[in-house]
Design a protein around this ligand. Structure first.
Ligand code: 3H9
Length: 718
């Protein structure tokens, strides 16, 4: 809807009304069309102001309408009519002017904004382009290079930057609508000839071809297979080379190629998925809307290795006062140098200021006596963590929340070491902890709803996407990753090379294939875990060398570690690097010989493996584990798993996440391929389709937004 009224005698004020972000739904568009008509037809009205209710101008087209039959007046002619109006129209921007919202403002003759507003054309992040004239008007207004930057990245800019770029005419600290109305009165009767952006020409550039070639190269490099950024460049090129009307035709054609694409569906699904994870629930009935988080003003971090330092920075950046504890004097000294410079770099990047004295350092756990929450980030060793939790339980206030950053150890067991197990949860950060967006909040059997709510809220405060998951080995993310890694090792045994596997995964859209990733994070990390689990025994020979606990096992990673090949840090891993710490992976003939010898020793005849098999083996087994996790209630819904994989593991966002990908591929096909691979590899039980996956297929493979019902029905029958 849009409300219309006349104010200050001669200004028609149109207020968009569609909470919470005044998205341009069919009824809002109809409301605007009707109101504009009224204002232009009313002789008493000399100028018009368009604003949004509740301090938000407009969040753009209504994304929920995209999957449906479109109705109501289309945006393009609506904006065109506003621009063609013979009375000045002023956009009064508060909150956000994004996507179609900014396009609407670009159709107005003047734009006035509050200083706190954010503006942008984020359509590319939804697999689209700004197809309500945004690709044609913005370059005409601010020049091709700046428009290319905004449209291909979708980034939001502050009002100050928008003013500097020339998007805005005026920025105010006061009531924006009042200022806009006053302004509208002041321009009454003035000529609008120079105010209609569609009549502008783009500022001439000396070498347009090379500018667009460069832009295309850059965009293709960053897009990892996403098609929308490429279409955005093509649309802006049309603005720079064609008259406005033809440019609009090109914009429409390009939008048509994107609108029904799988990528657009995936990205729009993901837009809602990342918001859905905030509405968490646990199998015991705790929920986001009934659980009260506790206030956390002062927090502590125990252990200042790489993770502990990152967590300290993330907490300080969120405005908390932090006690950073490290019992090893040398490590503490290093952390005291490293943390302030990490903070400084973060402040420069984010344009913020940081209070350096918000962090105090200590060599003893006694220093955490008065904090509200502690995050333990010591070495991944259960005995050590047990000791820390026992100490914390004595030292801390009785109501202090005790969190562990373990990536796979048993949260319930750690809780059992304390006097208040209900106040223990996992907060699993991803390295580097002050940069990575993902936080897995792991609730144990006895974690209270308030403890989960507090950790979730703290994650949000730190700018993370927090996902609540249950306690199991590896939680959701690493548990699924284990299956993916295993398949990659098996593929090497069967004849693939790290290069072939990585290429397939990188062409799929991962920033790094599994072996390059493993070299980056260090092969010794997994080796240590496997050793602790009694798995990494390379003294075994014959068939037993490749079997553990009755299942197929590949000792390849263990063997590499025994050769001192820990990845980038030692200059050798699955690839070779020019020096320890080197970043550029090069194919390593030693590794290929090693694989040949290994296969010969175990009587494995290498075969030709294609990219499709790599993808199906690695990804379908990971997806299958995801279904198992849903079945067990470790994650509440597919959106949780997808958010974990996109934000924590580099799953390409334009493929929506592993569970969405399964939906796209077709659940029947996933089952069929898994069954086939399981037949070929009967000693890999995880290739057997999970019960939930089979049940979904038996239920006619409902779309992903209906999976929760199938899970719920099953749980209610138990
Ligand atoms: C021809 C077409 C051309 C055109 O160029 C295409 C477009 O404009 S494409 C559009 C280009 N525009 C964009 O890409 C902007 C997308 N929006 C945003 O970036 C943020 O929502 C915004 C910054 C506006 C507010 O942030 P915040 O304050 O943290 O709030 P929040 O994020 O938590 O959202 C609150 C609720 O509103 C919901 N919702 C939001 N927007 C839309 C929408 N457009 N539609 C529908 N719903 C929308 C959101 O799902 C959530 O629902 P729920 O049920 O409560 O979970």
């Amino acid at each position: 809807m849009a409300q219309y009224r006349r104010v200050s005698g001669s200004v028609g004020l149109i207020t968009l009304q569609n909470p919470p972000v005044n998205a341009l739904s069919a009824s809002v568009r109809q409301g605007i069309v009707d109101s504009v008509k009224r204002a232009l037809g009313d002789q008493k009205v000399k100028s018009v102001v368009i604003c949004g209710q509740n301090g938000v101008f407009c969040g753009g087209a209504d994304i929920r309408e995209f999957g449906r039959q479109m109705s109501g007046p289309p945006l393009v002619p609506m904006i065109h009519d506003i621009e063609a109006a013979n009375k000045p129209v002023v956009a009064a921007i508060e909150g956000s002017a994004l996507g179609g919202g900014l396009e609407l403002a670009l159709g107005c003759h003047y734009r006035i904004s509050h200083s706190k507003a954010k503006l942008g054309l984020p359509e590319v992040t939804l697999g689209l382009l700004p197809a309500a004239g945004g690709t044609q008007r913005l370059p005409r207004l601010i020049g091709v290079p700046a428009a290319l930057n905004l449209i291909t990245t979708g980034r939001h800019v502050t009002a100050a930057e928008a003013l500097q770029l020339g998007i805005l005419d005026h920025v105010t600290e006061h009531n924006t609508v009042d200022v806009a109305v006053k302004f509208a009165l002041s321009v009454t009767g003035e000529s609008l000839d120079g105010r209609r952006i569609s009549s502008f020409s783009c500022a001439p550039l000396s070498d347009l071809d090379s500018l667009f070639e460069e832009a295309m190269l850059k965009v293709r490099g960053a897009a990892r297979g996403a098609i929308a950024p490429v279409a955005c460049v093509q649309a802006v090129r049309a603005a720079a080379t064609l008259p406005y009307a033809q440019g609009m035709e090109r914009e429409k054609e390009l939008m048509a190629t994107l609108f029904h694409s799988g990528q657009a569906r995936a990205l729009q699904y993901f837009f809602f998925a990342q918001r859905a994870v905030g509405r968490w629930s646990t199998p015991s009935g705790a929920r986001w809307d009934t659980s009260q988080p506790r206030p956390v003003r002062k927090a502590a971090v125990i252990g200042l290795g790489t993770m502990g330092r990152g967590i300290t920075v993330a907490l300080a950046q969120a405005g908390l006062s932090v006690v950073a504890v490290e019992t090893h004097a040398k490590q503490l000294m290093e952390a005291k140098k490293a943390v302030p410079s990490m903070l400084k770099r973060g402040a420069v990047r984010g344009g913020t200021t940081i209070e350096p004295d918000s962090i105090t350092y200590s060599e003893t756990v006694q220093a955490v006596a008065d904090v509200d929450l502690v995050i333990e980030a010591v070495f991944e060793d259960m005995a050590l963590k047990e000791k820390v939790f026992q100490q914390l339980s004595i030292v801390c206030k009785p109501d202090t929340l005790l969190c562990t950053n373990t990536s796979s150890l048993d949260v319930d067991h750690l809780a059992s070491q304390t006097r208040h197990p209900e106040l223990v949860v996992g907060m699993h950060f991803f390295a580097p902890a002050h940069v990575m967006k993902l936080l897995e909040v792991v609730y144990g059997r006895r974690s209270s709803p308030a403890a989960v709510a507090t950790a979730m809220q703290l994650g949000k405060k730190m700018g993370k996407v927090s996902v609540a998951v249950g306690n199991c080995r590896g939680f959701a993310g690493n548990r699924m990753l284990k299956r993916y890694l295993e398949q990659a090792f098996f593929l090497l045994e069967e004849g693939a090379t790290p290069e072939l596997v990585d290429r397939a995964l990188e062409e799929f859209g991962f920033p790094m294939g599994v072996f390059r990733m493993s070299d980056l994070s260090g092969l010794d990390v997994g080796w240590r875990v496997r050793k602790a689990d009694g798995l990494a025994d390379t003294s075994l020979t014959g068939t037993s060398a490749r079997v553990r606990q009755g299942c197929r096992y590949s000792p390849l990673g263990d063997l590499l570690c025994e050769h001192g090949r820990f990845g980038q840090k030692t200059g050798r891993g699955w690839y070779q690097y020019d020096k320890p710490g080197g970043r550029v992976a090069k194919s390593d003939p030693w590794l290929h010989n090693f694989l040949d010898e290994y296969r010969a020793r175990h009587g494995l005849v290498p075969r030709c493996i294609d990219q499709q098999e790599v993808l199906e083996r690695c990804l379908f087994v990971l997806i299958n584990e995801g279904f198992q996790i849903l079945e067990e209630g470790i994650a509440a819904g597919p959106e949780d798993i997808d958010a974990i994989y996109v934000f924590g593991y580099g799953w390409p966002r334009h493929r929506g996440g592993p569970m969405f990908y399964a939906d796209m591929v077709g659940l029947e096909r996933v089952v069929e391929r898994l069954e086939r691979y399981h037949q070929a590899h009967p000693n890999v039980p995880y290739l057997q389709p999970s019960g939930l996956l089979r049940r979904l297929v038996a239920n006619g493979s409902p779309p992903i937004h209906k999976w929760r019902n199938v899970i719920k029905n099953r749980n209610s029958q138990l």
